[in-house]
Structure formats: structure tokens, C-alpha cells
Design a protein around this ligand. Sequence first.
Ligand code: PLP
Length: 399
Amino acid sequence: RPRVSARIAGITPSATLAVDAKAKALKAEGRPVIGFGAGQPDFPTPDHVVEAAAAAVHDRSNHGYTAAAGLPELREAIAAKTLRDSGFQCAASQVLVTNGGKQAVYSAFATLLDPGDEVLLLAPYWTTYPESITLAGGVPVQVTADESTGYRVTVDQLEAARTERTKVLLFNSPSNPTGAVYPREQVEAIGRWAAEHDIWVITDEIYEHLVYDDVKAESLPAVVPEMADRTLILNGVAKTYSMTGWRVGWIVGPQDVIKAAASFQSHLCGNVANISQRAALAAVAGPLDVVHEMREAFDARRRRIVSLLSEIPGVECPTPEGAFYAYPSVKAVLGKEIRGQRPKDTVELADLILREAEVAVVPGEAFGTPGYFRFSYALAEKDLVEGVTRVADLLAEAR
Ligand code: PLP
């Protein structure tokens, strides 16, 4: 018998973490690597959050377990924040606090899916989604959009992919990896289509506050209220408050589903670290001005990276409207000769760029769409300019 179960052996390791690890290893050897791989803001966690956590550590009443579904005060604050930011009204009992948005993704699928249930997965997708769906026994059905539509799928495409087994549509706007944001009319059309066909929606809103140019991230169950009873909203503090390492996320959904997911969580991990929940409470109940400052900084870098990438021959970069990623197509460069090599796909080209230009980018293969690179612009502007310039200089050699 195999030592590792087929279920776990079948997981593809996270490609974004792999690129980051390669870049870190080169850096440790003293190489001047510039990394565009990281999916985390490069700002410190806000002071008032750190102070709340420090006070919580010294208060011994925070040293025990909390309820599996989370601290009651935090669940209340998340319900209030959901109304403030998404315009969606819910009770504290409709909130489950999870170990980061990642666990919210897995728990949502584990709670909704039976073996063979199909999930419409909009591509380019975040690397973790298909693995979570498969682990939970579901079948990911990829629906792909390219740069010609700003990486947004249409209802016609969804309808063409729908079968008797379709149970869930996974929606993520603003998107990782493309930064695409669906406008209200499109969210409404997709929500109505889901309602008509009794399809559940899992909507990942983790980048809701990182939107630019007066664009607004719309929350599907607020736009289409009849979907409220069949939608799970996923969110967390990682991206909004620069709290990736604190590991707090959540699911908002109908009470029966949240109760079931909380029962699962009570066996899976008990509860999220009490101190982290206190920190998250300070974050979600606190002001958004620090968030707006981070957004300004990201916006300046966004403009810079899009303009630099667009100048490279063979690179096509739609302007992302949200998150902190640019997702250019480099299809025109593939198959050409660069420094004696002819990369045939973006995995090979990313490897060549890391070796020859000492710049780390994540190949589109990690997001279900070969032919693209994801550049995270969560790095200092000076490094951003230096990194893209190195890539431009290398690709200029393509013949
Ligand atoms: N959802 C999306 C789209 C993400 O990009 C991420 C992080 O990269 C997450 C969820 C989960 O974030 P975390 O587990 O750090 O809260």
C-alpha cells in the first residue's frame, strides 16, 4: 500500500510558494533577486492592531479556547463590517471565523460538496481553488476568460459549462491573479443566472478594499438578494490590513451551513488562535484610513508597472482595477530564442528569467492559463522598476 493517501498525493504544491522559495534560496546565496511572486502586502500591520494583540496576550482570560465558530464579539464585528462594506445584512450567527481565507475556502467546499459535484471555476484562478475543490471531493470545471474581455467571463460561457452536476460557482472579484473587477451589471447578470438554476455561489471578497480609479467591488448577494440563502462570502484580514501571518479569515453564509461548517471546524482545529481573533477584532472594528493609505501606495505602483510592462515588445498588459497583481500575456515571446534557449511555455520562460535576470515571476500555468505571468506589485517602487527593467532587457534579446 502507498505510504501517502492518493487524495493527498494528488495535490499539486502551491506554485506561488515554490517561486517564492526559489527566489529566497537564490537571495540566501547572496544573489540580488527581485521577487514579484509574493501575495502579501509589504506594509506593517497597523499599530492599533498590534497594540490590541499585545494587550490580549497579557490578559489571561484570552489564554483558553474560544467557541469553535469564533469570539462572539468578533462575529458581531464581522457582521457589522459586512453590512458597512458589502451592503449585506447578516447576523453574528451567520459568521464562522477561520484560520485565514485559505481555510475558509476549503471549509466552504467541504461543507457544500458531495463526491462528483461540479464547481464552475473561473480562470485565471487562484492556485488554491482547484486543489480545495478536489480535496473536498468536487470536480472543478474550468471556464476561461482572456485579456480580450479583461479576464471576465460571460453568462453565456457559464451556461455552456453548466451540467446536471453543477452545484457551485466560485466567484472572485477583485481577482487574484488578474486584478479584474466585475462591474455591477455583470455581477447582477451572474447572480440572476445562478438563482435561476439553483446554483450556489461562493464569493471570495478578500481584495474588496483594494480597488482603483473609482471602481467599486460589488458583493453578489447584496446585488442579487434572492441569492442570500445560497451564497457564502469568504473574506479575511490578510490583504486589507496587511495581516497575512495572523491567520484570520471568515465565512458569512446561511445559518444552517455556518452551523455545519462550525461543527466541522470544532474537530478540525478547535478555534482560531484567541490572540489573533482579538487582533482581527481591532482591525475590522477599527478605521479604514490606514487601508486607504496602502491603497494609494498600491495605486501608484500599479500605474508604474502597467506602463513599464506595456512598453515591452510582445507583452500585453490589461490595466488591473483591483488587488495588487498585473497579469500580462507574454504569448508573443514564447518559442523565440533568448540566450541560446527557446522557452516553449511560461514555466520555462519564468525559469530563464529567474536564472538570467534574477527576477521571480509566477507563470500562468499556476492559474490555469499558460502564456501569462503574474507580477505582484507588493514591493518597493524602486525594486519594481529595477525588476521590470531587467525583464525588459532580457526579452529584448528574443529573436
Ligand atoms: N483568496 C484569495 C483570492 C487570495 O489571493 C488569498 C491569499 O493569497 C486568500 C484567499 C487567502 O488568504 P489568507 O489565507 O492569507 O487569509
